[in-house]
Design a protein around this ligand. Structure first.
Ligand code: GLY
Ligand code: MN
Ligand code: MN
Length: 441
């Protein structure tokens, strides 16, 4: 299945934006990920460094992007050399010549030339930008190059004085999504919503969690998102009270809930959707009450998203709704204001309300404007998740038995727009009625 993916010119435009923000007479390096061994001589599925990908669209391991800002600006890619024998064994490589043409770099070279060319360009630059501390091997390599440049001082060559962490600059660019990025994120949300629909239809007592995981992966791939953006959480019953449960190894029990947190990846972009539904297709009265409370909190938080809004404010709203709801259900006892001040509901709502979403599922971008409060005002083009949840441990004697071992989370992906917001998660059933209807068709 063909989807509209990122036009190659957008990667070049992003490089130009980085260059525009670099100081005069400087240089920047961005390195790709390397393959990671899974067992003996086999590797994990390769996942490109998302910052590197954002600037290149180049999906091979070990490559390096160099941006040079001197009299003119130019971008240079270093990549694995074409190698017929290696390619017969391990797969095709783009090679420097094709990379330069197809990815719109000003120049491209084989990796073997990286050191000499990097040292040549580091000479007499004022500053070098790199993702400090991001990849230890690259940091070491850069220090080695700088030492070599310093070693040329008798020839009158100066090494850069400033080493600047380029990550904040890159993260800020990535935080505001372009229309092409939003288009991809809409598509991957649609695909992932279909996968959640399929999971609901295939779920019944006795099926194993990993079998439902397989249904999700099948549906992602069927629609063009070949891989999951992160390990799918398929958590039946009390497994849902483990936030990052990915064992997915248990059979599902009639009468319990199933929490699925799963999203596909398309052109590098993640969806991150959670749905919780009854394994037998019908909510019990207790399940309904808790589910509706989480849903009310989620929908009211989403409805409040607009430019200028903050995650801190939404979190306050969420806590107020959940706390009042828990009082109404008799799970919390006391005055609303005091319980809010005491953070009483945090015992059951144990994670944050949401996070930025993009190439990384927990995407980059600063959340803080002062201290550690999430007071950054939303701007059009930001995409975030809204994912309230309530989790009651199996052995929590503070709550009545009827609530123990229940975990509920509902998570959508939302774009901040000029007018307010657009919920990208439109086709994953969410209301009690929609879920029961789909599961009992
Ligand atoms: N899927 C991970 C999260 O919701 O943050
Ligand atoms: Mn999330
Ligand atoms: Mn999630």
């Amino acid at each position: 299945m063909k989807h509209t993916l990122m036009p190659v010119g957008e990667f070049a435009a992003r490089r130009a934006k980085v260059l525009a923000q670099m100081q005069d007479n400087s240089i920047a390096f961005f390195s790709a990920n390397s393959e990671v061994t899974r067992s003996n001589d086999t590797e994990y599925l390769f996942c490109q460094d998302k910052g590197f990908y954002y600037l290149t669209g180049f999906n091979e391991p070990d490559a390096v992007l160099m941006l040079v800002k001197s009299d003119s600006c130019h971008s240079v890619l270093f990549c694995l050399a074409k190698d017929p024998l290696a390619e017969v064994w391990h797969g095709r490589r783009v090679g420097a010549e094709n990379a330069q043409k197809d990815y719109q770099f000003d120049q491209a070279f084989e990796l073997a030339q990286l050191e000499d060319i990097a040292i040549e360009h580091l000479a007499n630059k004022c500053a070098v930008y790199y993702c400090r501390g991001h990849q230890k091997a690259f940091d070491t390599q850069l220090m080695h190059w700088l030492a070599q440049v310093k070693g040329q001082s008798r020839q009158g060559i100066k090494a850069p004085q400033s080493l600047i962490d380029v990550q904040p600059l890159l993260n800020e660019l990535r935080l505001i999504k372009s229309s092409a990025e939003i288009d991809i994120m809409r598509q991957v949300n649609q695909i992932s919503g279909k996968a959640h629909q399929r999971a609901m239809k295939k779920t019944h007592g006795g099926v194993f969690e990993y079998q439902i995981e397989a249904e999700l992966l099948h549906e992602f791939a069927r629609h063009g998102a070949r891989h999951a953006a992160y390990n799918s959480i398929v958590a039946g019953g009390e497994n849902a009270t483990i936030l990052h449960y990915t064992d997915n190894c248990d059979p599902l029990a009639d009468g319990e809930l199933l929490l699925i947190d799963a999203g596909g990846e398309l052109a590098g972009y993640a969806a991150d959707i959670t749905r919780t539904f009854p394994i037998n297709g019908r909510f019990t009265e207790q399940q309904k009450a808790l589910y509706q409370l989480v849903l009310d909190a989620q929908e009211q938080c989403i409805n409040a998203i607009k430019p200028g809004q903050t995650l801190a404010k939404l979190n306050e709203l969420c806590i107020e709704i959940l706390t009042q709801g828990l009082i109404d259900l008799g799970i919390l006892n006391g005055q609303l204001t005091e319980l809010i001040a005491d953070g009483a509901c945090k015992k059951y709502f144990i994670h944050g309300l949401g996070h930025w979403l993009g190439l990384d599922v927990h995407d980059v971008g600063d959340y803080q404007v002062e201290n550690r409060k999430q007071l950054r005002a939303f701007e059009p083009g930001m995409v975030l998740t809204i994912e309230p949840g309530l989790y009651f441990a199996k052995d929590d004697l503070d709550v009545e038995e009827q609530w123990r071992g229940i975990g509920i989370r509902i998570e959508d992906n939302v774009l901040v727009t000029d007018q307010g917001h657009e919920n990208l998660t439109t086709n994953a059933p969410k209301s009690i009625q929609e879920i029961e209807q789909l599961m009992n068709k």
